[in-house]
Write a protein that binds this ligand. Structure first.
Ligand SMILES: Cc1cc2nc3c(=O)[nH]c(=O)nc-3n(C[C@H](O)[C@H](O)[C@H](O)COP(=O)(O)OP(=O)(O)OC[C@H]3O[C@@H](n4cnc5c(N)ncnc54)[C@H](O)[C@@H]3O)c2cc1C
Length: 371
C-alpha cells in the first residue's frame, strides 16, 4: 500500500525543490509532496552558499531569471507573512583589463533587460569601500538592487507559504527508485515506503544525475564543483553597510557578514555529491588572489571555513523542463552558482510548465538539448 500519493512528487528540498513547490501551491496545486533525504531542507548547496543576489551575469538567459529573482527579493512575496529576507546593500563588481571590457558588456546587456546600475571609477570604489585600496581595479559596476539574503529564511519562507496551501514535506525520506510502467511514471520507492505520483520533479542538486538514473531518464553528466567560503570573525573596521565586492578579473569576492567579512577565492574543483571537506591549501589561493585584488584584506583572520557544491550541466546552463524519454519526469537542476538569486524565477518557470503539462518551446534550458 502506498504511504501517500500526490500529483507532484518533488525530489530534493533545496532552493530548486522548495521554490517549485511554493509556485505550484500559488497556482492552486495542493497535491504536492517534497521528499528530502536529510533531516532538514537546505542542508546541501542551498545552505552552504554566499547568499548574494546578483543580476549582472555573463549568461543572457540566466540574466532574465536573475532580474526576475531580484524583483522578488525587493518586493513582497505572495503568501508570505513578511517580506523575503533581504539586505539591499547592492553589489559592486570590479575588474581590470579584458575582464573590465567584458563586465561593461554584461552590464550593458543587463541595462537593456531593465537592470539599474552605476559605473564607478577607482576613486569612487575606494571612497565607498575603503578596504579596496591598492587593488588592481580599472572600474566598477554598482547595482543598487542587489544584496544579500538569508538562505534559511528564504527556504523556510517558501516552505511555510507552500505548507499553508497544502504542500507537504517528508524529511529523512530518500528516494531509492522511480517506478515507471509502460513509459509512464507510477511513483517513487523511498526509505519510508512507496509514494504514488504521476509527475516526478528532479530537484536533486548534486545528485541530479543519480536521480535521473533511477527513472531511466535522459543521461546528463552534471559536475558538482567545490567552492570554499571563509568568515573572518568580527572586524571593527568592516562596515556592514558595504555592498558585496567581486573582482571578476581575478575571481575573488568579499561581503559583510556577522560584524566581519565573508570571502571566497571562487575556487572550482570537481567533487562527489556530499558535504565537501575543506582543503586547507585553498587558503593560499585566497591569499594570492587578495594580494592582487584587495591587498588591504591580506591579513584578515579566518575564524571559520567551509565549502559547498555548485552543480553544472556540461554547457553550464540550467536544466529546466520535461524529460524527453520518461513521460512525467521533470528537471529543475544544474543551477550552478546562481540558484539563490534565480530561485523565485526558476520556481515560476517550472511550476508554470508542470501545471500546463507543456514545455516552453525554444527554452534555452530544455533537457532535450543533451539528446
Ligand atoms: C560556496 C557557494 C556559494 C554560492 N553563492 C551563491 C550566491 O551568492 N548566489 C547565488 O545565487 N547562488 C550561489 N550559490 C549557488 C546556490 O547555492 C545553488 O545554485 C543552489 O543552492 C542549488 O540548489 P538546489 O536545490 O539545486 O540543490 P541543493 O540545495 O543541493 O538541494 C538538493 C537536495 O536534494 C536532496 N536529494 C538528492 N537526492 C535525493 C534523493 N534520492 N532523495 C531525497 N532527497 C534527495 C539533497 O539532500 C538536497 O537537499 C553558491 C553555491 C556555493 C556552493
Amino acid at each position: 500500500m502506498a504511504l501517500e500519493s500526490a500529483k507532484f512528487v518533488i525530489i530534493g528540498a533545496g532552493l530548486a525543490g522548495m521554490a517549485t513547490a511554493y509556485q505550484l501551491a500559488l497556482r492552486g496545486e495542493s497535491g504536492v509532496i517534497v521528499l528530502e533525504k536529510e533531516q532538514f531542507p537546505g542542508m546541501h548547496s542551498s545552505g552552504r552558499n554566499a547568499a548574494m543576489i546578483r543580476q549582472v551575469v555573463g549568461d543572457r538567459d540566466i540574466l532574465k531569471l536573475a532580474k526576475r529573482g531580484a524583483e522578488f527579493f525587493n518586493g513582497r512575496a505572495e503568501g508570505w507573512q513578511s517580506p523575503p529576507p533581504f539586505q539591499r546593500s547592492g553589489s559592486l563588481l570590479v575588474a581590470s583589463g579584458k575582464a573590465w571590457q567584458k563586465l561593461l558588456a554584461d552590464a550593458e546587456a543587463a541595462r537593456k533587460a531593465g537592470v539599474e546600475f552605476q559605473q564607478w571609477d577607482p576613486a569612487q570604489i575606494e571612497k565607498s569601500v575603503p578596504c579596496t585600496k591598492g587593488g588592481k581595479l580599472e572600474g566598477g559596476i554598482f547595482c543598487p538592487g542587489d544584496g544579500v539574503t538569508d538562505t534559511d529564511g528564504l527556504i523556510n519562507g517558501y516552505y511555510q507559504a507552500a505548507k499553508a496551501r497544502g504542500v507537504s514535506l517528508l524529511t529523512e525520506c530518500e528516494v531509492s527508485a522511480v517506478m515507471v510502467e509502460n513509459g509512464r511514471l507510477k511513483g517513487v520507492e523511498t526509505s519510508r515506503g512507496f509514494i504514488r505520483g504521476g509527475t516526478v520533479v528532479n530537484a536533486g542538486g548534486p545528485w541530479a544525475s543519480k536521480v535521473a538514473g533511477l527513472a531511466g531518464a535522459l543521461k546528463i553528466e552534471f559536475t558538482p564543483l567545490r567552492r570554499h567560503l571563509y568568515y573572518t570573525g568580527p572586524l571593527e573596521w568592516a562596515s556592514q553597510d558595504w555592498p558585496y565586492v567581486w573582482d571578476t578579473a581575478n575571481e575573488v569576492y568579499f561581503r559583510p557578514e556577522s560584524a566581519g567579512l565573508l570571502l571566497s577565492p571562487c575556487d572550482e574543483s570537481p567533487a562527489r555529491p556530499a558535504i565537501p571537506i575543506v582543503d586547507p591549501a585553498v587558503e593560499e589561493t585566497l591569499a594570492a588572489k587578495l594580494a592582487v585584488s584587495f591587498p588591504a584584506l591580506l591579513e584578515v583572520p579566518v575564524a571559520r571555513a567551509w565549502a559547498g557544491l555548485r552543480t553544472f550541466a556540461p554547457d553550464r546552463k540550467f536544466v529546466i523542463g520535461w524529460d524527453p524519454i520518461v513521460k512525467g519526469f521533470y528537471w529543475v537542476a544544474g543551477l550552478g552558482g546562481h540558484g539563490v538569486t534565480t530561485s523565485p524565477a526558476v520556481g515560476e518557470l517550472a511550476a508554470g510548465e508542470l501545471c500546463s503539462g507543456k514545455g516552453k518551446s525554444g527554452s534555452p534550458f530544455l533537457p532535450s538539448r543533451f539528446l
